[in-house]
Design a protein around this ligand. Sequence first.
Ligand SMILES: Cc1ncc(C[n+]2csc(CCOP(=O)(O)OP(=O)(O)O)c2C)c(N)n1
Ligand SMILES: [Mg+2]
Length: 422
Amino acid sequence: MELLVGAAAVESILEGLRRSYGLSDGRALAQQAGVSVAEVRRWRRSGRLPLAHLVERFPDAPWHQFVGENVLGLLVPRTLLPGWRPTPGLPDESAPIPSLRTSSALTDEERRRLLEWMLWAREFDMAMIRLYRQGQVPGGVFAQIGNEAVAVGTAYAVRPTDALFPMHRDIGAHFVRGQDIRALVATHLGREGSLTRGTDGTVHYADPDRRLYGNISHLGAMLPVAVGYALAAQLKGEDVVVLTYIGDGGAQTGEFHEAVNFAAVWRLPVVIVIENNQYAYSTPNRLEYACTFLADRAIGYGCFGEVVDGTDVELVYDSCCRAVERARRGEGPSLLETITFRMRGHSEHDDASYVPEPIRRFWTARDPIERYLTFVHERGILTVEQTSELRACIRQQLKEIIEEVLQRPYPSPEEAFRNVFL
Ligand SMILES: Cc1ncc(C[n+]2csc(CCOP(=O)(O)OP(=O)(O)O)c2C)c(N)n1
Ligand SMILES: [Mg+2]
């Protein structure tokens, strides 16, 4: 985004940047901005600044003072994995893996909880995959492996009184909300105690007590419902933010556009997380849309957009907190695009052999759980022995829950078909 601010404003912004970053002169400034001195001269002459580029190079500058909220609201700050390319452009495997963000809003106790929820999500998936192979899962298993940091980091950014509309790869959000794990297992196995009375093997349920509603299977269809919930809350004067999710494929539906547009016009308190995991089933995201970032669409809707590395849980948490605060202040919706990878097939019947190996290797090296484990070990929050013990303890608990649930009967036909209309 190029911004025409006039020569005087260019001078004051450049001077502000120089001072904020302690840069000695124009040459040092140009170097930090990653451009030539001649280019900076061109900005001065034309009164035009490449704002998006500068915000990326100087992320911590007081931009609000320089250009004002309105202009910044139209800007999509990018905090991305070095080396990432939209698929099937192959990523740069030699790109460095940056250190994870350390959120200033989190305590170490909260970090332990984030890690625990992420591990629960991972172990839950691994257990469901094993059960699927044993023929114990009557439906499909849509593993969310690779998405743990997004589901957990975003769900933790809202209050329990806020409404949550998760998608099929957000099992971590159910854990953050305190959903009964036994009930989640029973749901996947179609057994008594299932949240869908055994009629469906995945998370198509609503739990109004936990303000947990989702997911609606038809891609895009959940967004107007989530936005409608936010409208109702706004009309009733309730202090509720709605957090909802959509995949890169789902973001190409008409309902996505209608819902975001409506939410932007009415400045509804909604945060829409676009889980860009590179594929919709076997379709790479390059064949789904032509823009580079889906959050760039925020400019067209007149709302806020941000792109973040979805394998960095604290970064996701921080940017979601900002979006939630904007929503609570009445500034309307945000599109938060999280760049991740679907580390399994679409469902367990799909071996994802269409994913090129370099893409798989690039993301395996950026596994959100492995990254966060390294982070907590290096910071001395937990030792390697403690995290191994935590994992073993989760596995044991899951094993006991699964053994118990497998003893339960399937629901009776009368119960299973209650409220099913053919
Ligand atoms: C309107 C509609 N079309 C097709 C489908 C079948 N379908 C289910 S999930 C899926 C892919 C979704 O991709 P994406 O939105 O990127 O989410 P991901 O599975 O990658 O998390 C498709 C095509 C559907 N559920 N709804
Ligand atoms: Mg996808």
